[in-house]
Design a binder for this molecule. Structure first.
Ligand code: PXP
Length: 238
C-alpha cells in the first residue's frame, strides 16, 4: 500500500489568516497520525506565510512518524535543515508570488546549485528528495545528482480535465516512476491529489508515498481531521 504523508501547511494558513495561536499544525499532525497517516510534510517558505520555524521545531520534537521538510535550496533553508534534521528534505522551487509550488525543479538549469545543496545536506546524513516534473531528463538528472528520492509532480495528471489526457498523464507518471526506480531512486509523488484522482495513482506500484495537503485539510474542515485522513487511507488501500 502506498504510504500517506499529510501536508499540514494549510492548518497554519488558517492560523495565519488571523495571526492567531490556533489551529496548530502539531494538533492536526497528531490527529493524522492517530488516524493512520505514515508521516507529516511541511513546507517552510521564505516568506513564512504558513509554517514557521517554531512549527518545524515542535513537530520534530512531537511526532513519532517521519517528518518531510519541503524547502528551497538556499543557504538559509540549508542551515535550518541541518539544525532540525527532518527525516527527509524535499527540495522544491519557490517563487515568492506563487500561490503554491508551480512545477518541479529545473534540474538542468540548477544542476550545480542542487549538487552543492545535496552535498551539504549529506554532511548531516540527511535523506534528500527532489520535486521534479515527470520527464525523463529530470529523472536522469536527479539520479546523476545522487538524490535518494524523487517526488514526481502529479499536477499535470490532477489538472488533466478530460479522461484521455488524464490517462496519458497517468501513463507518463507510471513510465517515469519505473525509470526512476530503475535508476535506484525511491519514488514519491504529490501535488493536486485528492479523493477523486488518487485512485489512478494507486496502480503505480513504484510509488512509495504520496504527500497530500489541500484536499485533506479542506475535507477536515467539514468532517474532522481523523475522518478526512481515514477516508484517504481507505482509497489508498483499494
Ligand atoms: N508536494 C509538493 C512538493 C508541494 O509543494 C505540495 C504543496 O505544498 C504538495 C506536494 C501537496 O500538494 P497539495 O496541497 O495540492 O496536496
Amino acid at each position: 500500500m502506498i504510504k500517506l504523508s499529510i501536508n499540514v501547511d494549510h492548518v497554519a494558513t488558517l492560523r495565519e489568516a488571523r495571526r492567531a495561536e490556533f489551529p496548530q499544525p502539531k494538533e492536526a499532525a497528531l490527529l493524522a497520525i492517530k488516524a493512520g497517516a505514515d508521516g507529516i510534510t511541511i513546507h517552510l517558505r521564505g516568506d513564512r506565510r504558513h509554517i514557521k520555524e517554531s512549527d518545524l521545531e515542535v513537530l520534530k520534537k512531537t511526532i513519532q512518524k517521519p517528518l518531510n521538510l519541503e524547502m528551497a535550496a538556499n543557504p538559509e533553508m540549508l542551515s535550518i535543515a541541518k539544525k532540525y534534521k527532518p527525516n527527509l528534505v524535499t527540495l522544491v522551487p519557490e517563487k515568492p508570488e506563487e500561490l503554491t509550488t508551480e512545477g518541479g525543479l529545473d534540474v538542468n538549469k540548477n544542476f550545480d546549485l542542487l549538487d552543492d545543496a545535496i552535498k551539504r545536506l549529506r554532511e548531516e546524513k540527511l535523506k534528500i528528495s527532489l520535486f521534479i516534473n515527470p520527464d525523463s531528463d529530470s529523472v536522469n538528472k536527479a539520479a546523476e545528482l545522487n538524490a535518494d528520492f524523487v517526488e514526481l509532480n502529479t499536477d499535470a495528471y490532477a489538472e488533466a480535465g478530460d479522461q484521455e489526457k488524464s490517462k496519458s498523464e497517468l501513463e507518463n507518471l507510471k513510465k517515469m516512476a519505473k525509470l526512476a526506480r530503475g535508476l535506484g531512486l525511491g519514488v514519491n509523488a504529490g501535488h493536486g491529489l485528492n479523493y477523486q484522482n488518487i485512485k489512478g495513482i494507486t496502480i503505480i506500484e513504484e510509488i512509495e508515498e504520496v504527500s497530500i495537503g489541500h484536499a485533506i485539510v479542506a475535507r477536515a474542515v467539514i468532517v474532522g481531521f481523523e475522518k478526512a485522513v481515514g477516508e484517504m487511507l481507505e482509497l489508498l488501500k483499494k
